[in-house]
Write a new protein. Structure first.
Length: 449
């Protein structure tokens, strides 16, 4: 696949009667299509982050039970990971743009049902758990569909992959920050039920941007023709599990993708322990309030946005493996060590700002490597699988942090997780599979061998 102007189809071919898709749209249309995709990504992430705040807060304020609140959070997260893992063949069959828009519509409907039933005094806790489970199951493939559109957006807009993935990383982090901060204010001002309505509106707007603006210009899957029953990637000829196995087989044959997924899964689990357990406990042990915790996380997120912008601007000219390794070195051990040492708050914030820049350059590089190496018919399957692999250990992060805290104490837990992060960070420097990150294939393979 080219990262500049060569054609990159997101499916095997198109129908003769389907709308043609040129290599690049005219200038004004390029801007409009890119803005539609980026806007859909922003409002979708805003909706997801707002839901992650509003729904647990709604449960806590209406039931007063921390246990029920935790159950609802798990009910939302677990199906999201599972359906993201399984979503690839579905998205390949109907096209990621169509799939993302449909799933956003369904998400908006399910989210709107929650405050509606609450207003009618018909919302029971089992019903809420069921609705939240469905919402989580919808968000997994909806987000995967938008992510799978990255190569098509790069082709239509004529932008290098690193620029598109850099913008995606920037908008995701910016939307996450605004969603977290603005969500808290919205919940305080309007109440959790109204915040959930705003979540539904965000999903609906994302569906409109993808479905009405971007989808008409993307390639669409064609119907199978006679004699293609064994053609790789032919959606109607293969069982769903068979298509899923195609994606998994490809990941197994690509050592660099497999190595990245395993490394990110490990570091995501460590990051989760740091976020949900160690930093909050550090704050209570040293007399800091929740504002200090918010300032710490906000500083790192803001600098991560800067890192993503750097990747979007000059990422195409940066040496990938060296930048990837440096990013992890900056984002890892120093962040854990500074909390273990507990210096003054300005020192902590300075270290977190540097760590955020390192963190911000990672996802654009990872995404560019993945999309360049993935055959066009497998984009949705492979991107969904790799993302699910990267998330699979996250639910265990809180448990890991709590266990280390009980056994080693606060400083010992910080040092232990920092050392584990450093070991993961050194993997690209010693494992040969990571060296393929520096290869830039001219185009992705279009068949599976």
């Amino acid at each position: 696949m080219s990262i500049t102007s060569r054609r990159h189809p997101t499916c095997e071919a198109t129908d003769m009667n389907s709308q043609p898709s040129t290599d690049q749209a005219p200038g004004s249309r390029r801007v409009r299509l890119f803005a539609a995709w980026a806007g859909a990504d922003v409002v979708s992430v805003l909706g997801s982050r707002l839901a992650a705040l509003a729904i647990p807060w709604f449960v806590l304020t209406t039931t007063g039970s921390a246990g029920q609140t935790g159950l609802v959070v798990m009910a939302q997260l677990a199906p999201m990971v599972v359906t993201k893992f399984l979503a690839g063949p579905f998205l390949d069959r109907i096209g990621p743009a169509r799939g993302a828009s449909w799933l956003d519509v369904a998400s908006a409907v399910v989210a709107a049902i929650i405050p509606t039933l609450h207003a009618m005094h018909l919302l029971t806790f089992p019903t809420l758990v069921a609705l939240v489970t469905v919402l989580g199951a919808l968000r997994g493939p909806a987000d995967a569909g938008k992510y799978a559109l990255v190569p098509e957006v790069a082709r239509l807009s004529g932008q290098p992959l690193e620029r598109v993935t850099g913008v995606a990383g920037t908008t995701e982090r910016l939307a996450s920050s605004v969603g977290a901060a603005g969500g808290g204010l919205l919940i305080a001002a309007a109440g959790a039920p109204n915040a959930i309505i705003a979540t539904a509106a965000g999903f609906a707007l994302s569906a409109a941007l993808i479905g009405l603006v971007l989808r008409p210009h993307t390639n669409v899957p064609r119907k199978q023709t006679r004699g293609e029953t064994n053609a790789p990637g032919a959606a109607d000829a293969r069982s769903y599990l068979g298509q899923l196995a195609d994606g998994w087989s490809f990941v197994r044959r690509e050592p660099v993708l497999r190595a990245i997924a395993v490394m990110v899964a490990a570091t995501n689990m460590i990051d989760q322990a740091w976020v949900v357990v160690l930093v909050p406990v550090w704050a209570t042990h040293h007399g800091h309030d929740s504002g200090s915790v918010g300032l710490a996380f906000g500083t790192m997120t803001a600098s991560a946005i800067a890192g993503s912008l750097i990747a979007a601007t000059v990422g195409a000219r940066m040496p990938r493996l060296a930048t990837y390794s440096a990013g992890y070195l900056l984002a890892g051990l120093p962040r854990f060590a500074v909390f273990a040492l507990d210096p003054s708050m300005p020192v902590i914030l300075t270290v977190l700002a540097i760590a955020g820049i390192g963190s911000g350059v990672l996802n654009p590089i990872i995404s560019a490597v993945q999309f360049e190496r993935t055959p066009a018919p497998l984009v949705s399957r492979v991107s969904s699988l790799v993302t699910a692999m990267a998330w699979v250990l996250m639910p265990f992060g809180g448990l890991l942090g709590a266990q280390l805290l009980d056994r080693l104490g606060l400083s010992g837990a910080f040092y232990a997780l920092g050392a584990a992060y450093l070991l993961a960070t050194l993997a690209p420097l010693v494992l040969p599979s990571f060296r393929a990150m520096n290869d830039r294939p001219s185009r992705a393979l279009e068949t599976v061998t």
